[in-house]
Design a protein around this ligand. Structure first.
Ligand code: MTE
Length: 317
């Protein structure tokens, strides 16, 4: 799919808004942030219905995108989607998911924890939020830069208090054939499931996202809450999560169950490990012409490479 430049919201609008937001955060309250989002939000061609989300001022100093990178326009992020429960056609997901009901919502955190939790939508929304502008690299060879809003997964896991036996975290998406009638053509077993090792889940880069571009998540991007692990291929970013379960066994994941020769449990972005059917050395950034070199760990190696010390990343991909 190619997107004509004329349909793209100028990044300068968003960059300018971010500069103003930053000074507002220094000046004071998150309330100021909300009104600034309202005042300066780009007007996308696609209707942006989410509520503005307040972000908190302080966050861990995660690596910023490079000077030659800009956030991908909202319209591209919200109209080029992989969400097989709704459609296997990227351009049809947004329409197919338009009436998806995300309120009421229930997210359960359980398994090997001392303090199991059940969160409803209000519990999720009232958590302190941060904004993180991360690269997202899909295993198919395209990429985006997304300004997520959310909270670090470790903050939720710390509340649930993993027991000493917990080694992995399993995630499960919502699934309802009534709301997702085309899921019968998905070609994958549903509900969609994913997993991380506990140290990956606890890493400060790992986010539970509830919004993007300062607004609540569009349904097609995984409302009301989805996982974002920026150094892994995009399919690890499981959408519309209803269950988080701490376990002592490596949990099954949808794509490695579907095709274990092509998709591993770790699925770290790695330009040196080709997909059996195509090279992973370069990527097509949405909204740009040409291709960019793919970065080891998607450019987050300084932060995460130590998690994999001693592992053979070609074998344990
Ligand atoms: N989560 C669920 N439940 N179902 C899916 O089909 N697709 C994955 C991931 N999460 C998927 C999912 C894939 S393959 C990718 S690349 C990303 O979501 C895409 O996220 P985006 O549509 O927000 O860009």
């Amino acid at each position: 799919m190619s997107i004509p430049d004329s349909e793209i919201t100028p990044e300068s609008v968003y960059r300018n808004r971010r500069a103003i937001m930053k000074s507002a955060l220094f000046a004071g309250t998150s309330l100021a942030t909300v009104s600034l989002y309202r005042a300066f939000a780009p007007k996308p061609a696609m209707e942006q219905t989410g509520e503005a989300i307040a972000t908190q001022a302080s966050d861990f100093a995660y690596p910023k995108i490079g000077p030659d990178e800009t956030p991908t326009p909202y319209d591209d992020i919200a109209s080029y989607n992989n969400y097989y429960e709704f459609s296997t056609s990227k351009s049809e997901v947004a329409h197919a998911a338009r009436n998806f009901k995300t309120d009421p919502w229930k997210l359960e955190v359980g398994g090997l924890v001392e303090n199991p939790l059940t969160l409803d939508l209000a519990d999720i929304q009232r958590r302190p939020m941060v904004e993180r502008v991360y690269r997202m690299r899909c295993v198919e060879g395209w990429s985006m830069v997304i300004p997520w809003i959310g909270f670090p997964l470790h903050s939720l896991l710390e509340e649930a208090k993993p027991s000493a036996a917990a080694k992995y975290v399993a995630f499960q998406s919502y699934y309802d054939i009534q709301q997702m009638p085309d899921s019968r053509y998905a070609g994958i077993e549903l509900p969609y499931v994913e997993g991380l090792r506990l140290d990956e889940a606890m890493h400060p880069l790992t986010l539970l996202a509830t919004g993007l571009y300062g607004k609540s998540l569009p349904n097609q991007n995984g409302a009301p809450i989805r996982l974002v692990v920026p150094w892994k291929y995009g399919f690890k970013g499981i959408k519309s999560i209803v269950k988080i379960t701490l376990t002592d066994q490596q949990p099954p994941t949808t794509w490695s169950t579907t095709n274990p020769a092509e998709y591993g449990f770790y699925s770290n972005v790695n330009p040196e490990v080709d997909h059996p059917r195509w090279s992973q050395a370069t990527e097509r950034r949405l909204g740009e012409s040409g291709r960019r070199p793919t970065l080891m760990f998607n450019g987050y190696g300084d932060e995460v490479a130590s998690l994999y010390a001693g592992m053979d990343l070609k074998r344990d991909f």
